[in-house]
Design a protein around this ligand. Structure first.
Ligand SMILES: [Zn+2]
Length: 311
């Protein structure tokens, strides 16, 4: 191989690697009619687009600014309209764009726990975010629009003969309303922030002791593709790693709490693989995680059940 050609190949492979890590990545085709986009600029979450016979399903409404971009992107993917937008949970980066989608004719839906969380925390969180987010200010709205359909129970199946899409509630993990999207034929699982790929998960609204049990159910589905709420797509190892981090963090904090230590006195070192999820180099975020687990242990209820401020 000529040296010049090798250099070109190297540059090409570097640019492909950079492209895979790029923010707001272009739609990546996971299976026929299933696209995944990371959306990590401006606080955006990831997006999944699923093509049905006559319409599209979008997983996570995102922030309003990203929702507007996604309306244009989905038109490039398919001439079919977006009929359903599923909020995996109530956090702003996943749900604050609801009104953008419904104005465009889509129906927003989520598990009942998502609406309950919004009714519990909003509009306080929206108003706090409004100060720093131009896209929220541009809506002229003062509160998040609630999902138009609240799903009771723990499963809703959409099946139009071309594809089955199961919306699943597997228990209180990241938030009380965590919804997963499972495509049984393609073995694709979209997780929202119940599983992320990177140190991106705030635990403030979580049930940290129960979360691994919810992830056990997700792992038992046997997904080939795991599409997280933040970070790159992966396989079942994303679920396993997220689960193990939570188990290890809980155990480490519990051991030190049992020894009489307060969070400010704790030195928590986790096994190296957990550092994908435990924010390396962000002592403040690590401390927040430690304090949140400590709160759950000492309050004898899910961390998210204790009134708290979003920070
Ligand atoms: Zn998120």
């Amino acid at each position: 191989m000529g040296r010049k050609f090798a250099q070109v190949l190297l540059l090409l492979s570097m640019s492909i690697a950079a492209g895979l890590r790029a923010q707001n990545s272009p739609p990546h085709l996971i299976a026929r009619g299933v696209w995944f986009m990371t959306g990590d600029t401006n606080g955006y979450s990831n997006t999944v687009v699923i093509e049905m016979r006559d319409y599209l399903i979008v997983v996570d409404a995102n922030y309003p600014g990203r929702a507007k971009e996604l309306l244009a992107i989905t038109k490039q993917l398919s001439p079919k309209p977006v009929r359903y937008v599923f909020d995996t949970h109530a956090h702003g980066d996943h749900a604050y764009g609801n009104s953008v989608w419904t104005a465009a004719g889509a129906t927003t839906l989520a598990f009942q726990g998502v609406t309950d969380e919004m009714n519990r925390w909003e509009p306080t969180r929206w108003r706090n975010a409004l100060r720093s987010r131009a896209d929220l200010q541009a809506t002229g709205e003062n509160d998040v629009q609630r999902p138009q359909m609240s799903i009771a129970g723990d499963k809703l199946t959409l099946n139009d003969g071309t594809r089955e899409v199961d919306l699943l509630f597997l228990g209180w993990g990241h938030t009380p309303g965590d919804g997963y999207v499972w495509l049984p034929a393609e073995k694709i699982l979209a997780t929202g922030d119940a599983a992320v790929n990177g140190p991106r998960n705030k635990l403030l609204d979580a049930n940290i002791a129960n979360w691994p049990k919810a992830l056990d159910k997700a792992i038992a589905l046997g997904p080939l593709h795991v599409l997280p709420g933040h970070g790159d797509a992966g396989g079942i190892e994303v679920l396993q790693g997220q689960r193990q981090f939570l188990v290890d963090l809980y155990a480490a904090v519990k051991a030190q709490a049992d020894a009489g230590k307060k969070p400010s006195e704790m030195q928590i070192e986790l096994p190296a693989p957990d550092n994908v999820w435990f924010p390396v180099g962000r002592a403040d975020l690590r401390q927040q995680d430690i304090e949140t687990v400590y709160l759950e242990i000492t309050s004898h209820q899910p961390a998210g059940a204790t009134p708290h401020e979003w920070r």
